[in-house]
Design a protein around this ligand. Structure first.
Ligand code: ATP
Length: 345
């Protein structure tokens, strides 16, 4: 016993740490110098490991400190981005919550598409070649650009002219063009569904939902259409925040079905499968079809919308239940059932 729940000080660390304290664990945060303020001011961390750069979390001395505290590290989007997937897979010898092998499946677009489509979940149609563009498409570039420089086009000519203008502005390089990912533009409303798969109970829970608040597209929408044409702003899709949201109740069977199916497929493709939080980022069309354009295989940033619980987590738990607290609850149950080994890798 005497376990410490640790994470990197960024992304969803606040409710991961707060939730761990609520469940009675000691908490530790690995923090880049100057970034410790939120954890101090909200008083969620018992121990601080201050590093020069976030990526130093993989340094041997930091790993040793974490092991000395008997830590279980909870991964999140920034942890994976800063530590580096290769390091997380091969050089990070601290127990981690969840299946660390599944992280690659969210990071590589082809693997992600395989996992989602083999689950029978509808994804935006993917174009192999710009000359095939026959309707509105969204063009994305690889790497953690966070929606910067994504654009919409509806013909091969429009694609070419937008690419040219981005090259001129040096937003992209010639190499990026070959890697451009072109997919059907799905016109609908954004729902990011936050699931928790309990390996102990073999059950998928829906704990919350959010929609993204993106710059500058959500700002552009406040400009009347005729003025939009005149100002000539280029849209970008950089996440700056999140809104809590609920779905109409008749959509919930579909939301559960896609979550269940993903978990089933992951058991086959990425043994032992999902374990803990995951998120399906979707657009719901006017046919009431949920189309998934992206997946997180760990706690997603949008879980910050329900640090004290969501309508859905209320239905399940009747007490404030964040994603972070749910993780620690699972660890606590794993300890008391003597099954901690199936929760960590
Ligand atoms: P990353 O791949 O680094 O996670 P990201 O999460 O910022 O990037 P996406 O989630 O792929 O990028 O997309 C950013 C935003 O673009 C979405 O939140 C959504 O608003 C919009 N979007 C993405 N795909 C589509 C699509 N096929 N149709 C319509 N809008 C889309």
């Amino acid at each position: 016993d005497n376990i410490t729940i640790a994470t990197l000080g960024s992304h969803t660390a606040l409710h991961i740490l707060k939730g761990a304290k609520k469940e009675g664990f000691r908490t530790a945060v690995v923090c880049e110098k100057g970034r410790e303020v939120p954890y101090q001011r909200f008083n969620v961390a018992d121990e601080y490991i201050i590093v020069d750069k976030f990526k130093d979390i993989v340094n041997e001395d930091v790993q040793q400190k974490l092991r000395d505290m008997n830590s279980i590290v909870v991964p999140h989007g920034s942890f994976v981005a800063y530590a580096g997937l290769d390091n997380v897979e091969d050089k990070f010898y601290v127990p981690m919550f969840g299946n660390r092998d599944v992280l690659r499946w969210e990071a590589e677009r082809d693997l992600e598409r395989k996992l989602i489509t083999e689950s029978g979940i509808r994804m935006p149609f993917k174009y192999e070649n710009p000359s095939d563009i026959d309707r509105a498409v969204m063009v994305k570039f690889p790497g953690a650009r966070g929606g910067r420089g994504y654009f919409v086009a509806s013909s091969p000519e429009e694609f070419d002219s937008k690419i040219d203008s981005m090259l001129k502005r040096k937003w992209i390089s010639e190499e990026d063009i070959a890697k451009a990912h072109i997919e059907e533009y799905v016109s609908g409303c954004n729902y990011c569904i936050h699931y928790f798969y309990s390996a102990l109970k073999d059950e998928v829970e829906i704990l919350g939902m959010d929609s993204r608040y993106e710059s500058n597209i959500d700002g552009i929408c406040r400009i009347p259409a005729k003025d939009q044409l005149e100002v000539g702003l280029d849209p970008s899709y950089v996440v700056t925040g999140n809104h809590p949201v609920v779905m109409r109740e008749s959509l919930l069977p579909q939301a559960f079905e896609i979550g269940d199916n993903l978990v089933k497929t992951a058991k086959k493709l990425v043994k032992p499968g999902m374990n803990g939080p995951f998120c399906l980022q979707s657009l719901c069309t006017d046919n009431l079809e949920i189309v998934v354009f992206e997946m997180s295989a760990r706690t997603d940033g949008g879980t910050n919308t329900f640090m004290d619980g969501s309508p859905y987590s209320y239905l399940l738990f009747g007490e404030p239940m964040s994603m972070g607290r749910r993780i620690s609850r699972e660890i606590k149950n794993g300890i008391s059932e003597d099954k901690l080994d199936i929760l960590i890798t």
